[in-house]
Design a protein around this ligand. Sequence first.
Ligand code: COI
Length: 357
Amino acid sequence: MANIKITRTQNSRIGSVDWNNLGFGVYFSDHMFVAEYKNNRWNEGEILPYGPMLMEPGLCTLHYGQSIFEGLKAYRCVSGGINIFRPDMNAKRLNHSGSRVCIPAYDIKNNIEAIIELVKVDKDWVPQKKGQSLYIRPVVFGSSNFLGVHSSSDYLLIIMTSPVSSYYPEGLNPVKIMVASEYVRTVRGGLGSSKTAANYAASLLASAKAKELGFSQVLWLDAVTRSFVDEVGAMNIMFVIDDELVTPPLEQGTILAGVTRDTALVLAREWGMKVSERALGIDEVFAANEKGKLQEIFGTGTAAIISPVGLLSYKDKTIIINEQKIGPVAQKMYDTITGIQYGELEDKHGWNIHVEV
Ligand code: COI
């Protein structure tokens, strides 16, 4: 896929961006990459002006939700150029998600090339300030029109980008999280490890109720025993208990294999921290707090990067973590990960793809 066809917009919208108030996913850059799957193969794909798409009411995805997506980011490198952080992991995860909902795989090399070309075309949309980045959102969905329940024969892959600042308005300030006791997000054998639109739809009601009560997000428990911690939905979750970094394991297939999760675990192990990927009961979290051993809780995710949790509420119990301040592990994690992303620290794992612009 060496030469991607590019049709440039005649009407750039970049002048309308308020770079001091980017928010998250509010602005869409001028271009998008579009590839079509028809007759059992993906076409070459092309870069087009970002804009509305024609669709029929019979679009199968509207009815049966055959849709997956990804999220990764491009950062302005302090020494010039742009760093795209670990796009290979996202490309692989897209195919993992697709395999669960019968969406055909997309070539990993082509995926990364499409992202690089799109970032080059919209290089001016990569924000200049630290704390800001260009969020890259690939989405794949069934594009055939029918009402029988079966998988689509045609698909669209669209990659769009959006200049963003922090995901939570709190930024790096600790968020308040409510542990879900009424609803569940996913079950073993379900969609939990796949980044499907359906997972996020399943989270909306509990999130809305939590927001009404003043919380930023919901922490999901396992759906069977309703006692083990899963993830937050928009991010994975990590605990520092008695100097050990503990996070739920991937094996059950109920949580997303987060790229930032993996990055944080690699770094923590390098720093010599004790790290455990293991089942963690919500009761154990509250008991550790009672004993004064719960030092930190923080979320990891592409959108949020590192998000400290300052307050956790479960049924009638509420605990304050680290006096509602960011803890040393979360701070070091944030500084190191963003340091690598913005090219301030050595990228010894080769996580960035550097794009000269
Ligand atoms: C991400 O971190 O990229 C996410 O997918 C979280 C959310 C915006 C859906």
